[in-house]
Design a protein around this ligand. Sequence first.
Ligand code: BV8
Ligand code: ZN
Length: 241
Amino acid sequence: MAELEEARAWLAAAESVAALTGAGISAESGVPTYRGAGGLWRTYKAQSLETAEVFARDPRLVWEWYNERRQAMAAAEPNAAHRALVELERRKPGFNLITQNIDGLHDRAGSARILKLHGDIWRLRCTACGAAWADRRVPLPKLPPHCACGHIARPGVVWFGESLPEGVMQEAGYRAVSAEVFLVIGTSAVVHPAAGLVPLAARAGAKVIEINLEPTPFSDTVHCSLRGLAGELLPKLLSGV
Ligand code: BV8
Ligand code: ZN
């Protein structure tokens, strides 16, 4: 298992780098994670509200929950980890960011090339005509929001049992198998198909570097597993790369 110095050398030498981020990269910005200590999904409320079934039954209730989350995310600021990935994108044209996060903090930090696997809380999607649009108003004035066609709009995120946005997973797979170095930052790596990108990258020959507060199912098999805060470790790992 390599240490930070060796991992930094891999990154410095690499042209093609990809990163998969999860809720842990936004934790130091004050956005709750899902599964760790203090995670959203420790409460029955979150798990029970983030489903298409509950939304169909009570769209207003689900929108009250998403309105609350949008307010918390709007108050959050990108942290040093988000900014370190913006810097990496500037230095390496062959860098691609793949995120499971819906909070928009990578966009606000200045990342330009972002593959959003689980959608975006700042986008709404019509439940009838397929229209989709950005709406960053906090709070939303009317719940549930409606589409111009008159039907109810839903959060532009991916719930369990729903397919990921068309083509996004295919491109993410291509970025993973093309990467010489694959960074895995702040994810419990239990949600699929996103988590499958890690072994996919490794099988294609990438050096996989994990930064996480707790061990994950991949911690023993990646090439370098750094335990600690992304906001501290990522700038260290990327400095001078
Ligand atoms: C799909 C809604 C096709 C958005 C979310 C294969 C195997 C097994 C199961 C499946 C499989 N394929 C499909 C499934 C089913 C399911 C799944 O994966 N189930 C698992 C959980 C058993 N997947 C799906 O349904 C996906 N769809 O595959 O479509 C299909 C279609 C029909 C039928 C079947 C298949 C859809 C997945 C998307 C689900 N949507 N949320 C919303 O949030 O409102 S899931 C939720 O988890 C979020 O989207 C989030 O992105 C995702 C992953 O969570 P993480 O980002 O990893 O966050 P977590 O809190 O878990 O971990 C944070 C980590 O950071 C922790 O380890 C912590 O220690 C660390 N940390 C904390 N602070 C810091 C830190 N690290 C560093 N620094 C810090 N400061
Ligand atoms: Zn519509």
